[in-house]
Design a protein around this ligand. Structure first.
Ligand code: UDP
Ligand code: UDP
Length: 462
């Protein structure tokens, strides 16, 4: 073929529009890493100022690692106090971003080459749809939780939530979800969360597609039901792109925790960490400490005392108490800092994970084949915990309820840790998920094919 016969090389240009919080940012940056490998041009919209230091740090490490990415700094308008009816700083930021989106019209239309598509966060769907209608480009949403949670989200506009005679919601093809397992702010009338959830849920059919950090090995039936119109009719394609892989830029430093693990036998350590936006009460922190000690296992425990990291200023000894701290140090490592979670989960010494079931953490546990003791704290986490128990990635103690509301005693926790660490069945099942995850991310595997399919569509403006 002569050079004049070559098809013109047109680089697909995608804008990525994450919302607030690490749990929402991480999957976007991992997706960006994958799209770069497939030769896309990317613009990252960063809402200013971010809520947490963890987000600022992660964004700057990402941009230093990938100087070819355009950052579009998006200075959001402050929220009017009459609308700010939440004490959750992340929900307030969701709403502030949604109300500022019109400011993006002109900078996005000025980008060169012109945008082929926009991928927005699940909490920005309705406002991002206005943007993409003006820009006349396709709009895809990245759903930051499980396919199971997405099914509920899609069905929510049709669910009879206010029916007092029913204490559960029957989601077609998924089954019954007890109302007590739903994100608690969803049950608070007129809460910011409820409004966003319902406004966005009503408009998902207008999207061109939905990307989920999910894989068939864990949620194949749900993904099939979603794509066959069994959950609701008329959904756009739901594309499983998981597991999204953790990237080098996320955690550049080798930390002492890893060196400590290096000297310990395989699967002898339980790792306890509750994500980036859950603070335990002081009473619960004491019980977790005594539970870890009474389990008899070695442990690596990340303590978090405040919801937003910038406010987390007190020292570990003050929070945990000197006496307990002494006992803890005999058997484990306790930290109050950002850790390299994927490296810890991937360390051969780690045999179990006590997790709040934030979706990124769940997918990381599956990717590394580490069984989970599910202890949901907020949001979508109880729905994820039910999934973990159903598919055997781990165990869930239903009677513990929401971590933010009930106190779990140390003795009870210690017993469950033993159960987790001693279960051969869970270990085998988690290893199966790891094997499937590895297959999915191989060159030519399901992730590659899904991303290539998306880029093919974007390059045609669909
Ligand atoms: N994470 C980390 N180090 C920490 C705390 C969290 O690397 O000290 C990462 C974790 O691996 C995951 C993300 O931050 O990728 C947290 O997202 P998740 O959905 O699990 O929970 P959230 O923080 O949103 O509650
Ligand atoms: N969510 C959704 N639509 C929305 C807002 C939230 O589907 O408009 C879902 C999504 O699965 C999200 C979950 O509700 O992960 C809980 O949201 P929250 O912000 O409490 O938790 P996070 O994902 O930040 O840990």
């Amino acid at each position: 073929m002569s050079s004049s016969d070559q098809p013109s090389v047109h680089q697909t240009h995608v804008a990525l529009f994450p919302s607030a919080g690490i749990g929402h940012l991480v999957p976007f940056l991992r997706l960006a890493n994958t799209l770069l490998r497939h030769n896309c041009k990317l613009t990252l919209i960063t809402s200013q100022p971010p809520v947490s230091s963890a987000e600022s740090h992660l964004i700057s490490r990402f941009l230093s690692a990938f100087p070819q990415i355009t950052e579009l700094k998006f200075h959001i308008l402050p929220l009017h106090p009459s609308i700010a009816n939440s004490d959750d700083p992340f929900f307030l930021q969701f709403e502030a971003i949604r109300r500022s989106v019109h400011l993006l019209n002109s900078p996005l239309s000025a980008l060169s080459p012109p945008l082929s598509a926009l991928v927005c966060d699940v909490t920005l769907i309705s406002s991002a749809l206005q943007l993409t209608a003006t820009l006349n480009i396709p709009n895809y949403a990245l759903f930051t939780s499980s396919a199971r949670m997405f099914s509920f989200f899609a069905y929510y506009p049709f669910a009879k939530m206010s029916d007092p005679s029913s204490d559960s919601i029957r989601v077609p093809a998924i089954g019954s979800i007890p109302k007590t397992s739903l994100p608690p702010p969803l049950l608070v009338n007129n809460s910011i969360f409820q409004k966003i959830f319902s406004q966005d849920g009503q408009r998902i059919k207008e999207l061109n597609g939905i990307l989920i950090n999910a894989m068939d090995a864990m949620e194949g039936d749900t993904l099939t039901a979603l794509n066959n119109g069994k959950v609701i009719n008329g959904l756009p394609p739901v594309v499983p792109i998981g597991p999204l892989l953790p990237c080098d830029f996320e955690n550049p430093d080798a930390k002492s925790s890893i060196k400590w693990l290096d000297n310990l036998p395989p699967r002898s350590v339980v790792f306890a960490s509750f994500g980036s936006r859950t603070a335990a009460s002081r009473d619960q922190i004491k019980e977790i400490g005594s539970g870890l000690v009474s389990s008899g296992y070695r442990f690596l425990w990340v303590v978090k005392d405040k919801v937003v990291d910038k406010e987390d200023k007190e020292g570990l000894e003050e929070i945990v108490g000197e006496e307990l701290m002494k006992k803890l140090k005999e058997k484990g490592m306790v930290l109050k800092e950002w850790v390299n979670q994927e490296e810890i989960l991937g360390h051969r010494a780690v045999g179990g994970f006590i997790s709040h079931c934030g979706w990124n953490s769940v997918m990381e546990a599956a990717l590394k084949g580490v069984p989970v003791l599910a202890w949901p704290q907020i949001g979508d986490q109880m729905i994820n915990a039910e999934l973990i128990a159903t598919i055997g990635l781990g165990m869930w103690v239903e009677k513990w309820g929401w971590g933010q509301k009930c106190l779990v005693k140390g003795e009870e926790l210690g017993g469950r840790i033993k159960e987790l660490m001693e279960s051969e069945a869970l270990r085998k099942q988690a290893a199966k998920f790891r094997d499937e995850a590895i297959k999915a991310v191989e060159v030519g595997g399901s992730c590659d094919r899904a991303i290539e399919g998306l880029i093919g569509k974007w390059s045609k403006g669909t």
